[in-house]
Design a protein around this ligand. Structure first.
Ligand code: TLP
Length: 351
């Protein structure tokens, strides 16, 4: 099977497994795990923030950010297909008690003027705007990079109203590699950021939430409340150090593989690519075959390729560390076979 469902499916490398085995550990709730401390310090340094907190998942990192920044009854502004809004099981409502106000973006980027216009004024009828969230890269926009200039404008508007900005940077390193800049170029324009170690960076588990010392102190308490205070956590933090120090630059290979895949899929009759393929995600429209995304994904599985549905007739392919260029070539052959079969079936029906 060639697994292109997500960059979350990678298995830890030999070096990560060794790092886990050899990790120096202690009880992190007592602040005594040297490995997780090292990881948090490294992450804070790379992200240009005062401090960072190791959390179990991207979802947990985002939720702790919302919980720490906001109070119940606040309103948060975020892109209409952002992960926090679309894929986190309504957690911001269930846990933080905030309401969401979504802004439709283009390629994942919200228009800064629309963000500004959505910030609530002083009025007893209105909720207070508690937080603005930006996602970079933007998953449902097909891994699109939100430019530094866009983040800067939103941050300036937010700051002028004393509203914090949080970045869901599950794939922020993909954005930096694609834009040929440093992650700090992006994170200078936010108060807090969440990055995932277990997406393109290949770690088996974990994310980091970074921000000011004061913010992270409060976030640590929220993590504890949510049952996320872990003990000999160095075992899982050690692979994360490998991710942060050795796995970021190689993301360009994943991007090249995605570009190669997209280039080949363009020539397959009936398929069209709907995203700009800035990074490691390719999204295709399959409606021309008269089938659903589910049917397309099932047919692909029969041919040895795994992908995910991304809408009623949209299918997402994601490249990652565990797929080679050779795998991508094979996947293209399989996709061609499926497209031909479905195309023929539709041809028969139309006769
Ligand atoms: N995304 C997953 C699924 O949840 C959709 C994927 O396969 O792409 N922010 C962004 C932008 C994400 O893409 C994800 C995961 C998360 C947050 C959540 O991370 P985890 O899965 O660690 O909670």
């Amino acid at each position: 099977m060639i697994d292109l469902r997500s960059d979350t499916v990678t298995k830890p490398t030999e070096e990560m497994r060794r790092a886990s085995y050899e990790a120096e550990v202690g009880d992190d709730v007592y602040g005594e795990d040297p490995t997780v401390r090292k990881l948090e310090e490294k992450a804070a340094e790379i992200l240009g923030k005062e401090a960072a907190l190791f959390v179990t998942s991207g979802t947990q990192g985002n939720q702790i950010a919302v919980l720490t920044h906001c109070r119940p009854g606040n309103e948060i502004l975020l892109e209409s297909e952002s992960h926090i809004f679309y894929y986190e099981s309504g957690a911001v409502a269930a846990l933080a008690g905030v309401q969401t106000r979504t802004i439709k973006g283009i390629n994942g980027r919200m228009n800064p003027d629309e963000v500004l216009a959505a910030i609530r004024g002083e009025d007893q009828h209105f909720p207070e705007t508690g937080l603005i969230c930006i996602e970079n890269t933007h998953n449902r926009a097909g891994g699109a990079v939100v430019p530094v200039s866009n983040m800067q404008k939103i941050f300036e508007h937010a700051s002028s109203h004393s509203i914090p900005v949080h970045v869901d940077g599950a794939r922020l390193f993909n954005a930096a590699v694609s834009a040929n800049c440093s992650v700090k170029d992006f994170t200078q324009y936010c108060d807090t950021v969440q990055i995932c170690l277990s997406k393109g960076l290949g770690a088996p588990v974990g994310s980091l939430l970074a921000g000011s010392e004061d913010f992270i102190k409060k976030a640590r308490k929220w993590r504890k409340r949510l049952g996320g205070g872990l003990r000999q956590v160095g075992i899982i933090a050690a692979p994360g150090l490998v991710s942060l120090t050795k796995m970021t630059e190689r993301l360009s290979e994943d991007h090249e593989n995605a570009a190669y895949l997209a280039h080949a899929l363009k020539d397959i009759k009936g398929l069209s690519i709907v995203n700009s393929v800035d990074t490691n995600i390719v999204v295709v429209e399959v409606a021309n075959f008269g089938c659903t995304a589910d049917q397309f994904v099932s047919a692909l599985k029969e041919e040895g390729v795994l992908a995910v549905t991304f809408g009623p007739t949209l299918v997402r392919f994601t490249t990652h560390y565990d797929v080679t260029k050779e795998n991508i070539k094979k996947a293209i052959d399989s996709i061609e076979v499926v497209a031909r079969k479905l195309g023929n079936e539709q041809g028969k029906e139309n006769k």
